[in-house]
Design a protein around this ligand. Structure first.
Ligand code: UD2
Length: 313
């Protein structure tokens, strides 16, 4: 059945892939972005579809969002618009609170008012903090270590409260380290794989902070887009919070071995002081989302990395 979905942060890295997935399923999508960190070029393909409507607006602007709810009958909201940088959340906690907490609450209340049941929210593995046991399970008690993580967790709690109070079908997805095409490499806090890819493509050496033995659970944006889409469309979702991850740990040194194969001419890697506050190991347990949605991340890391590295060359 064709329905209309609202996607906020549509011009972002994860947003644009999610929009494409939904359009590929024959759905209609209204995509909102204020282009603060998103890029309109990311929506070039989506905008050629007659089932896509582009809206330049801030997802935190309640009046602007209300107009969209009045114009459309949304079957669900995928809320990805956010302040995406952890360091920025330290520098500007007020902006973090507005974008990562208040905006979520505004949108969720619009859903209640306009009888839009499904609300899929982009949360983060950052809510676990450093103390939780590995692999991170949703049952662990969260320990946010940044304003960013605190706001994501608070927003989850609000949504689950609305689920209990009003029957909102809230699905909070805790993304681990998402990678893939269109991730912006320009900030020092950009995803490590977007930085490494950009530098290797330009023939520049990469810098590893620490000894390179730190590990991450890298999940392809294509798998994340599918998790988002299925969470919106599936008729049998269960309210709650879910890891979006692979359950496999990859070290930066393993990553570098793959890059050396793909880019034989790249100068030797520089090793520098580990970052303050850097997490040694991050790994998620994918079981809960698999049980709920029959979802599994299927893109193998080496394959996803190759696709990323060889794109746009
Ligand atoms: C991820 C999230 C962050 C927050 C955090 C919570 C991303 C991009 N960031 O940070 O938002 O949720 O998890 O724990 O998903 N590194 C290098 N060289 C570089 C850049 C990075 O060695 O040029 C290292 C970095 O020190 C870290 C690892 O690579 O050990 C991954 O860094 P990241 O910034 O991609 O992601 P992470 O896990 O620190």
């Amino acid at each position: 059945m064709m329905s209309t979905y609202l996607v906020t942060g549509a011009a972002g890295f994860i947003g644009s892939h999610s929009v494409e997935w939904l359009l590929g399923q024959g759905q209609r999508v209204v995509g909102v972005d204020n282009l603060r960190t998103g890029h309109l070029e990311n929506l070039a393909d989506a905008r050629s579809s007659p089932r896509f409507e582009w809206v330049l607006a801030d997802a935190g602007d309640e009046a602007a969002m209300r107009v969209l709810f009045e114009q459309h009958r949304f079957a669900g909201v995928l809320h990805l618009a956010a302040l995406v940088s952890v360091p920025e959340s330290f520098r500007d906690p007020a902006l973090n609170s507005r974008l990562n907490l208040v905006a979520v609450d505004n949108l969720a209340r619009l859903c209640l008012e306009f009888d839009c049941k499904r609300f899929v929210f982009a949360s983060s593995a950052a809510v676990y903090g450093t103390a939780a046991a590995l692999p991170n399970r949703e049952s662990a008690s969260p320990q946010p270590q940044s304003p960013y993580a605190a706001a994501k967790l608070a927003a989850e709690v609000m949504l689950l409260g609305y689920a209990a109070s009003y029957g909102l079908e809230a699905v909070c997805l805790r993304y681990f380290n998402v990678y893939g095409p269109r991730q912006d490499p320009t900030s020092p806090y950009s995803g490590v794989l977007s930085i490494f890819t950009d530098r290797c493509q330009r023939g520049l050496p990469v810098t590893v902070y620490g000894d390179g033995e730190q590990t991450r659970d890298f999940v392809s944006v294509r798998d994340v887009a599918r998790a988002n889409g299925k969470s919106l469309l599936d008729t049998g979702v269960v309210v709650g919070r879910y890891n979006v991850c692979t359950g496999r740990a990859v070290s930066l040194n393993q990553v570098l071995a793959i890059y050396r194969e793909l880019f034989p001419g790249v100068p030797p890697t520089t090793y520098a002081e580990a970052r303050i506050g850097d997490i040694r190991h991050s790994l998620g347990d994918p079981q809960l989302l698999q049980d709920m949605l029959r979802f599994e991340a299927v893109i193998l890391f080496a394959q996803g990395l190759r696709e990323l590295a060889l794109a746009n060359r």
